[in-house]
Design a protein around this ligand. Structure first.
Ligand code: GRF
Length: 194
């Protein structure tokens, strides 16, 4: 008889956002499927106006906004709350703050990020504009582990896309974002599939 593949114990996961939250929405939907390694238990934002906060509200997931004006204070509180909630994995999804070395050490190889370029190329902000300015033929997106340097941790998976002639940065952003939604799920399956 064929052994069925499943996830006995789902990984309690927190997602960190700052903005629109389309990746968050996609991860929530994924976590509600049968064959998924994660259970999203908590959503964190540094921005109380983040549009993505509508998703934890809609799906009845616990969420909290932390004030990063004092970053170390915010991180101490976040670590406390994550411990209380027994969070084992963090998915950054458009989270615009750099986490400290100390924070990352506490979640070594348990923080993932998605970035809209083929890392190690085009780390940081305004990726699509820079890619187009350099007349690149291809771009894409990357899911990677987070280390203390910006967009520099070990790469888990990438998706390459072809750039059309005369494509503008908005169109490229839209095209890559669609691929990000597929890639984040694939990355989680790649790491956690039994
Ligand atoms: C995505 O392009 C992600 O790769 C980058 O920020 C954007 C967030 O989009 N880090 P959203 O908030 O998930 O819609």
């Amino acid at each position: 008889m064929k052994k069925s593949v499943g996830f006995k114990k789902k990984i309690d996961t927190a997602v960190f956002i700052s903005g629109k939250g389309s990746n968050l929405k996609n991860l929530i939907k994924f976590s509600l499927q049968k064959k998924t390694p994660i259970k999203i238990q908590y959503v964190i934002s540094n921005n109380k106006k983040a549009a993505g906060l509508r998703y934890p509200k809609k799906y009845n997931i616990d969420y909290k906004v932390y004030n990063f004006l004092n970053k170390s204070k915010a991180e101490i509180q976040i670590l406390k709350d994550l411990k209380k909630k027994k969070i084992k994995l963090i998915c950054l999804a458009g989270f615009m703050k750099l986490l400290s070395k100390n924070f990352i050490r506490k979640f070594r190889y348990r923080i993932l990020n998605i970035h809209p370029s083929l890392l190690p190329k085009y780390k940081g902000l305004n990726t699509h504009k820079r890619v187009l300015k350099n007349n690149e033929k291809f771009s894409g997106c990357t899911v990677h582990f987070v280390n203390s340097k910006l967009d520099s941790g070990k790469i888990i998976i990438q998706k390459k896309v072809k750039i059309k002639k005369n494509e503008n940065h908005k169109a490229l952003e839209k095209k890559i974002l669609k691929q990000e939604h597929i890639l984040y799920k694939k990355a989680l399956m790649k790491i956690f599939s039994p």
